[in-house]
Design a protein around this ligand. Structure first.
Ligand code: GTP
Ligand code: MG
Length: 420
């Protein structure tokens, strides 16, 4: 299996637990596998001179420049160890899927963002301001750098107007560094060999700043990767603690319920036993064993009387136990065990049978240790199959599998931490 497959698998293990982290994982992948070259992207509104600025910075006509909406998809060029990415302008009226995709990619891939704003527009509009603030906030956190470029300054009347615009912008964004540039002056200065014009274009100063920014990229990337991994790890650990806590609670509840069931059943069986001892401990032989002859058919005999006395006691005992089972939610047999005879589908019938004949039966069932043990075991067996108990066990299994998923995700995070 290739490293890429391994990484995908690891990412999926994390996403299974934290689906909201897909962007962080995509960014981490880029940080791990994206190559050494610093990535510079432009952001800003359409026609503000983004593409042309990039061309001047890298000294080649790499990107399409036009008066109409020129850049419609993400384009990139690697030049002297730097990856330059040209992105479409951010204009609400366009916002089609391709643009959004390109913008997302630019946001995801970039180490350094050049926010480009045309000088003739004066102050930033609300969208630009929000974007720049977002970029700065992100930078505080991730150390990805954003530089604010005031473009096309040759379109301003004079230095005073430039000063004016600069002041307005600083009012909007206190403390921000503004890099005024003119791509046309730079091109003219370069082709005509005019040093002063080159200097005045602001591009050499911007290049110097960029060079310094490139130097900061490796440490910024390391910082950002650590930050992302840490954020994911902390969230996974919180999930793990929550699931583990839930499992402990469910197991407690499971054990406590069973204890309560067993104790309650024992109390009921104790009462039944006391009652039964009075019934079976009568002196003399068991009259129920006296056979009735054919002519006794319509007569009340001593045997019949005793048999009915025992049957009544038996029913009373069954009712007492059944009342307890009902309170515990143990009524119907599990579906798999049910038969067509609905009246036989109850737990009490399944365990007790329908009738008894003799005193010894009652003694054996309700008064002797083995009989009582069997009742406790059989009723507990059905108790474990009652719907609440089954649901509780399923909850525990879910908590266990949640824990296993988080543990897998943590191991996966560990695995994608090691580069290469
Ligand atoms: N005067 C002047 N015009 C410029 C300057 N930079 C760019 N332009 C012109 O402004 C227009 C738009 O430039 P682009 O670089 O294509 O602008 P963009 O921001 O990439 O536009 P989209 O790709 O459509 O978002 C073109 O006609 C450029 O020639 C500049 O510094 N001064
Ligand atoms: Mg463009």
């Amino acid at each position: 299996m290739s490293g890429i497959d391994n990484r995908r698998q690891a990412e999926n293990a994390i996403l299974a637990v934290l689906p909201g982290r897909s962007r962080d994982l995509a960014r981490l992948r880029i940080l791990a596998e994206g190559g050494e070259a610093p990535v510079v992207t432009v952001v800003g509104k359409y026609n503000h001179g983004k593409s042309r600025l990039l061309n001047e910075l890298l000294g080649a006509d790499a990107f399409h420049v036009a008066d109409t909406r020129a850049t419609v998809a993400l384009a990139e060029r690697i030049h002297q160890g730097v990856r330059w990415m040209d992105a479409p302008g951010l204009d609400a009226d366009v916002g089609n899927e391709d643009d959004l995709h390109a913008l997302r990619a630019a946001w995801l891939e970039s180490d350094i963002r050049l926010m480009v704003h045309a000088a003739r527009e004066g102050e930033l509009d609300a969208d630009e301001l929000a974007l720049l603030q977002e970029l700065h906030a992100d930078g505080e956190h991730t150390r990805r750098q954003t530089m604010f470029v005031l473009s096309q300054v040759d379109q301003l009347e004079d230095e005073a107007e430039l000063e004016n615009v600069g002041q307005g912008l600083r009012g909007q964004l206190p403390g921000i560094a503004v890099y005024p540039v003119s791509s046309t002056r730079h091109r003219k200065g370069a082709t005509e060999g005019k040093r002063l014009l080159l200097e005045k274009s602001g591009i050499p100063a911007l290049k110097l700043e960029l060079k310094a920014a490139f130097g900061r990229v490796p440490s910024a990337r390391a910082h950002e990767a650590g930050l992302l991994r840490n954020g994911i790890r902390v969230e996974l650990e919180q999930r793990l603690a929550a699931h583990a806590g839930r499992l402990v609670q469910l197991r407690d509840q499971h054990a406590r319920q069973r204890r309560d069931f067993d104790e309650g059943l024992r109390d009921v069986l104790d009462t039944v036993q006391a009652d039964m001892l009075d019934v079976v401990n009568v002196p003399g032989p068991d009259l129920a064993r006296l056979p009735d002859s054919a002519e006794d058919r319509f007569k009340m005999t001593a045997g019949k009387l005793e048999r009915s006395r025992l049957q009544v006691a038996y029913s009373r005992a069954c009712r007492a136990v059944n009342a307890y089972l009902i309170r515990q939610g143990v009524v119907e047999l599990p579906t798999a065990q049910q038969t067509a005879a609905a009246s036989l589908n109850t737990v009490i019938v399944a365990v007790m049978g329908i009738s008894i004949k003799y005193r010894d039966d009652l003694r054996r069932i309700f008064c002797e240790a083995d009989g009582r043990k069997r009742l406790r075991r059989d009723f507990a067996h059905y108790y474990e199959q009652s719907s609440d108990r089954v649901a509780l066990v399923a909850d525990m299994a879910r908590a266990e599998s949640d824990i296993a998923s988080v543990e897998q995700a943590l191991a996966a995070l560990q695995a994608i931490g090691t580069k290469g």
